[in-house]
Ligand binder design. Sequence first.
Ligand code: UDP
Length: 244
Amino acid sequence: MSTPFTQIPILGMNFIKATNTAFLEQIKKDSLAHKNRFIVTANPEIVLAAQKDSKFADIIAHADYTTADGIGIVKGARILNTPLPERITGYDTMCSLLKWANEQHKKVYFLGAKPAVITDVLKNVHANYPSINISGFHDGYFNDDATIIKEISDTQPDFVFIALGFPKQEFFIAKNRFSSPSIWMGVGGSFDVLAGHVKRAPDFWVNHHIEWLYRLLKEPSRFFRMLALPKYLLLVYKEKFTKK
Ligand code: UDP
């Protein structure tokens, strides 16, 4: 583990205690030094999945940085009296890094999402981050890693953003990250948002911590996935009271 940040454990997962600014500065430093880094942005659903799947938990334990992606993690840390400063979401982090990669003329590889989505991701990147050097891309529906890994290894991108959803993207990164000294990051559904296929909740919903409700109204099929949040909070309270 190479993190310079304090680790805050929640239900067995270690989160970095960092602000968005401090975290981004660290990643920029790592990138300029061509460090190999693996970033996980974890929400309560991921914490629960790791509790059930020890292989997944082990993979996350070997990531360099696990950030608090969602208010549920920030709340959990507060309940356990080990507060985290703020959320560090996958989507915001990816956008900040794209902005910086554009300023620095960095190389970026994009892997994941449906073919129509990745096509629109590339259009967006060309339009909004014209100085980024796109070292390659592939949609997220493939059977064999080999061609993709060869392309990444041949082009040595500075950043590899992987949108396969969890736990697929984390397993993929853990298996392949040493093919290139890049910053590797799992970004879940972020390509769908970047492509404009899925709308992010407007500020009102985000500021009132009801982004989850907005998403639920837009995609009711997510209902069962969202039951993770109360289940997670219950386990956090259990951890709090059994610790004492
Ligand atoms: N996906 C993919 N390949 C797969 C399964 C999923 O590329 O085999 C993509 C899917 O198209 C979507 C993303 O992974 O773009 C997962 O999105 P979701 O909103 O479920 O992720 P979350 O942010 O909730 O982890």
